[in-house]
Ligand binder design. Structure first.
Ligand code: ZN
Length: 740
């Protein structure tokens, strides 16, 4: 499409098409998709991942400045906004076994000759977990599987306590910050986190450099902040980390670990695990190392010493703008982070590079006289890896303005080959389905929508297949945490989407020195065609959100989704009642004693109170009302659509309400135990980290056996849904004036 002259037929509603001389109408977003170029995405990746670029490094700043220049060159109004955040780096790291046999862990990922940037040793951060506290501990070792609360219940049944012990836990199953948190709650004094080859090593495929999986020395760095309590700088929860911000004393931060924590490779973990005795680990706890997995405690005794530099470091967010021509105070914000643990070609550059290509192509559209109606803000966040710092501090800093103005925040964080993965606010579900129908999958030439539907049919249950073949829209995922959308969606209540492709490749280089350009072009999206597909999907969404006269929010899918959440809550309660009843009966009938093995003693479970019936009626009634209001809005909107063009005052009034629709689902008091999280429908689990809990207040109260709290939370969610219903009814009557 490039080079053709567009003439000026503009239709006011929906996606404004333009007419290219001698051809049918071509929309600006179709022109945009044609401009995007995979080769350039590769060039940006090569540049951004050329050297290690973690927070506080020279190349992190250099990248920010380079992107700033690109945005300016492409016609954006751009600047760097910076904050001063706590960023710990290791001073001392020591891990040794002192009994039954001496062993000293290497704690080192070796440079490989075939991998050119793996040798940039002087700029690489050592292997460590940021936001671990300092500590020097010596204690017996206990293996605790993934380190989730349920794993400790199993330990208990085996009569094993971690009190005063150092735990060794494998990566996976929950966000890594959960592992030291739960271990400390159970009395452990140190925590080692290792990558088991079953999860991302040779159990899956050949290891690097022969194959894509983690080798025996590969280590997953990463943040062990308690992200489910609050995101952002550990010293300034809830407020921006500006130069003059009031900072907590380090020991008062609620999100640092309570015990020293260190990540290790399976090469370093194997001798420690092999030196454990005690009961055999249950079958689903066993990894793929060629050893019997015992739980301990001991006889392995280990000495762990870690100390850190407790420095404030700057994070550099690059913020670029194009002002809207018609609705300048309504913003579309789009972001990906640019900081990495090391070179970070996959995480984050495979998402950052497509975002840059979007910015270039949007600049090119403007040169062709496209004028977005809404303001577009493109952000390259810093400090995501350590705890979503750059995006969170920016969102906290500009909270009032963002709540008022942001129509949608669109996030990505890395990208791969395969199927579209979309998550976010369900009021945007229909909208993003429409976008996905118009983007071509590079491998199959189907739409990315069609390919995703096929993938879900291929692996779905009978019930899921029936729905996939009949429901108009594919469901999008609910968002937990673990990327930069958290502050927008869960703290501010801004409508949010998170997009990416993946599902075809397994990789074992996450947060290691081997996540670099060489690896990415060998094993992942080698020719950046899915990088281009991500740019096309996200850019199309940005253009449509920016140019739609009436904001494309739709509430029947939201209501339908909330219905499924309520059914899940009811099923959860029923399951727990049934399980506890059955277990109590087995205890009373002496079943546990009758099958016990006297050589391998386990403790029978305790008799427990059966959970009471809970009154979900307020939630059911609120959801019924929401469904009805959503259906009516849909009908009235369809009838009013032809008249919208000449009714800009009504459109503005309706938009002014719609822009607040997500905020109705937010409660300023926040969730129990963690007031920073305010969205009542989506949050990371308190004990799972980034994995989502839907209707988290109610769900976690049931899981934690706080039934009075569960009923209070039911009422709180019901009144949020009532507020949403009232808003939808108000916009419906605004529109009704047009049809009378
Ligand atoms: Zn990332």
């Amino acid at each position: 499409m490039r080079g053709l002259v567009a003439c000026a037929l503009v239709i006011v509603i929906g996606i404004a098409p333009i007419v290219v001389s001698g051809q049918g109408p071509v929309t600006w977003d179709a022109k945009f998709r044609a401009i995007t170029d995979a080769k350039r995405i590769g060039e940006y990746m090569k540049r951004l991942s050329a050297r290690p670029h973690h927070v506080g490094s020279a190349y992190d700043k250099d990248n920010a400045e380079w992107m700033l220049e690109r945005f300016k060159e492409w016609g954006w109004d751009a600047q760097i906004e910076s904050y001063d955040v706590l960023f710990t780096t290791p001073k001392e790291r020591l891990l040794e076994m002192i009994a039954p046999a001496p062993f000293k862990a290497t704690l080192e990922e070796p440079a490989l000759a075939v991998d050119p940037t793996s040798g940039q040793k002087s700029e690489q951060l050592p292997t460590y977990n940021v936001y671990s506290v300092d500590g020097d501990v010596t204690a017996p070792l206990v293996y605790v599987n993934y380190g989730r609360p349920a794993d400790y219940e199993v330990l208990d049944r085996h009569g094993v306590s971690v009190k005063g012990a150092i735990v060794i836990v494998r990566y996976g199953g929950a966000f890594r910050g959960i592992k030291p948190k739960v271990a400390a709650e159970h009395g452990a004094i140190g925590c080692l986190i290792y990558s088991d080859p079953r999860d991302d090593g040779y159990f899956v495929d050949d290891v690097f450099p022969k194959g894509p999986m983690r080798n025996r020395d590969g280590v997953q760095r990463g943040s062990v902040m308690d992200l489910s309590t609050a995101a952002g700088d550990p010293l300034t929860p809830g407020v921006a980390a500006t130069a003059d911000a009031k900072r907590l004393a380090i020991q008062d931060s609620p999100t640092l670990t309570k015990i020293p924590t260190l990540p290790i490779s399976y090469g370093d973990a194997q001798p420690l695990l092999a030196a454990l005795a005690g009961p055999m680990a249950p079958e689903d706890w066993r990894g793929a190392l060629p050893i019997p997995y015992h739980i301990g405690p001991g006889p392995a005794r280990v000495h762990l010493k870690v100390t850190f530099n407790w420095d404030l470091k700057p994070v550099y967010n690059v913020i670029a703008r194009i002002s809207g021509s018609t609705f300048p105070d309504e913003w579309i914000v789009r972001g990906n982070h640019h900081d990495a643990w090391v070179n970070g070609a996959q995480d984050p550059v495979s998402g950052m590079a497509p975002e840059l290509e979007e910015a270039r192509a949007l600049g090119e559209l403007r040169r062709q006289r496209w004028r977005p109606k809404r303001t577009i803000v493109y952000a390259a966040w810093d400090g995501e890896e350590t705890g979503l710092l750059g995006s969170t501090e920016w969102a906290e800093h500009h909270a009032t303005e963002l709540r008022e103005k942001v129509v949608t925040y669109i996030n990505s964080d890395g990208n791969g080959r395969g199927f579209l993965n979309a998550g976010g606010s369900h009021a945007l579900e229909q909208f993003i389905n429409g976008v996905a129908r118009d983007v071509e999958d590079p491998d199959t030439n189907l739409s990315v929508w069609k390919r995703l539907q096929a993938a879900r049919i291929a692996r779905g249950s009978a019930e899921q297949r029936a729905e996939l073949r009949s429901r108009a829209d594919l469901r999008i995922e609910a968002l937990g945490s673990g990327s930069d959308y958290s502050a927008f969606l869960q703290h501010l209540g801004v409508p949010t989407l998170s997009l990416g492709f993946g599902g075809l490749d397994e990789d074992g280089i996450y947060h290691s020195i081997y996540d670099d350009f060489d690896y990415f072009t060998k094993f992942l999206d080698s020719d950046f065609r899915y990088g281009r597909a991500l740019a096309q999907t996200t850019g199309t969404a940005v253009i449509r959100l920016s140019d739609a006269d009436l904001l494309p929010f739709e509430f029947t899918n939201l209501a339908d989704t909330v219905q499924t959440y309520i059914k899940e809550l009811q099923a959860l309660l029923k399951q727990r009642q049934d399980d506890i009843k059955e277990r109590n009966r087995q205890v009373e009938d002496g079943i546990f004693a009758a099958v016990a093995d006297s050589r391998r003693p386990t403790r029978p479970p305790q008799i427990e109170t059966v959970p009471p019936a809970l009154n979900f009626a307020p939630l059911e009634n609120a959801t019924t009302a929401l469904s009805r209001a959503a259906e009516r809005y849909k009908k009235v909107l369809d009838a009013a659509r032809p008249r919208l063009a000449e009714q800009s005052a009504v459109v503005r009034a309706v938009n002014a309400r719609l822009i607040r629709s997500e905020q109705q689902l937010v409660d300023a008091a926040g969730l129990p135990r963690r007031p920073w999280y305010r969205h009542l429908l989506y949050a990371p689990g308190y004990y799972t980290g980034y994995m989502v809990k839907t209707v988290p207040g109610v769900r976690e109260a049931i899981e934690e056996k706080q039934y009075a709290e569960a009923e209070a939370e039911v009422l709180r969610v019901a009144s949020a849904l009532d507020r949403e219903t009232a808003l939808i009814e108000a916009v419906t009557s605004d529109l009704e004036t047009l049809t009378k």
